[in-house]
Design a protein around this ligand. Structure first.
Ligand code: ZN
Length: 275
């Protein structure tokens, strides 16, 4: 039976099964990418929603449950916060609670090991779930913020992330008295210019750039892989689907990050110890 036939057999309702090549099939490409990585000084990894999905981070787009009738676009905005900060905080407290039960997957842990093997490493992530930090990665640029951090709605001053937020009595900024909000980029908001500028600079200097589990359609993050490629980096895409950058990638590895990255790091460790 072919993969396609098996997939058809096992697909029902709205659940679709994606099949992946077995690890043995990945062997030659893993060796090749590991030897290129071993000779690179500056390594960048960009991660997106696919990475979080492998850990089971909810998308908050379902119709069921307590908050099913709301779409993220209705609650994750400045307008919503100004109009009804209580409901926005109730929603974020619920999301934080759900996310606190989620754990890093083998892909997150492999990225932490990759960082320790590289002279110059930066992780750029579109994910707000904090899983890279939980996994121990040190040098991180969080393009869309971090759902576990807080800041002032007026002056952007960061505030204690351990602060418990009661939606009926939202704490205020000690500097300006503004209400405290989650430190994530909301719909219609600009990314932090310092963070995105550093992401551009690092991408320009990259020798190797891994684009992992990102659909590569949301700008400005989607511009980073082409920038690295144009500046001479080897571009490796790890994604179960084709994306707008697949055609320019030196390698498009059709695999889950939790499957490919541990193999890559294992091979890289082997090559580094034998050299
Ligand atoms: Zn303030």
């Amino acid at each position: 039976m072919t993969y396609r036939e098996t997939a058809q057999l096992l697909s029902f309702n709205d659940i679709s099964f994606v099949f992946f090549p077995p690890p043995s099939y990945l062997g030659p490409v893993v060796e090749q990418i590991a030897s290129i990585t071993a000779n690179c000084r500056r390594c960048i990894v960009l991660t997106g929603a696919g990475m979080s999905a492998e850990s089971g981070v909810p998308t908050f787009r379902g119709k069921d449950g307590l908050w099913g009738k709301f779409r993220p676009e209705e609650l994750a905005t400045m307008e919503a916060f100004i109009a009804n900060p209580k409901i926005v905080w109730e929603w974020y407290n619920w999301r934080r609670e759900l996310m606190s039960r989620v754990e890093p997957n083998p892909g997150h842990h492999a990225i932490t090991r990759l960082e320790s093997l590289c002279d110059d490493f930066t992780l750029i992530t579109q994910n707000v779930d904090n899983l890279h930090r939980v996994a121990g990665t040190q040098r991180i640029l969080e393009l869309h913020g971090n759902i576990h951090r807080n800041k002032c709605v007026d002056c952007n001053k960061p505030c204690d992330p351990s602060l418990e937020i009661h939606p009926d009595a939202i704490p205020t900024c000690e500097s300006c008295g503004g209400k405290i909000r989650p430190d994530v980029v909301w719909f219609g908001e600009m990314l932090d210019p310092q963070v995105i500028n550093r992401a551009f600079q690092e991408s320009e200097k990259a020798d190797i750039f891994f684009s992992v589990g990102t659909s590569a359609v949301i700008h400005p993050a989607a511009s980073l892989p082409p920038i690295a490629k144009r500046s001479g980096a080897t571009l490796v895409e790890v994604n179960v689907e084709e994306t707008p950058i697949s055609f320019m990638a030196d390698f498009h590895v059709v695999a889950r990050s939790g499957e490919f990255l541990p193999l890559l790091v294992e091979e890289l460790e082997k090559q580094k110890t034998s050299s």
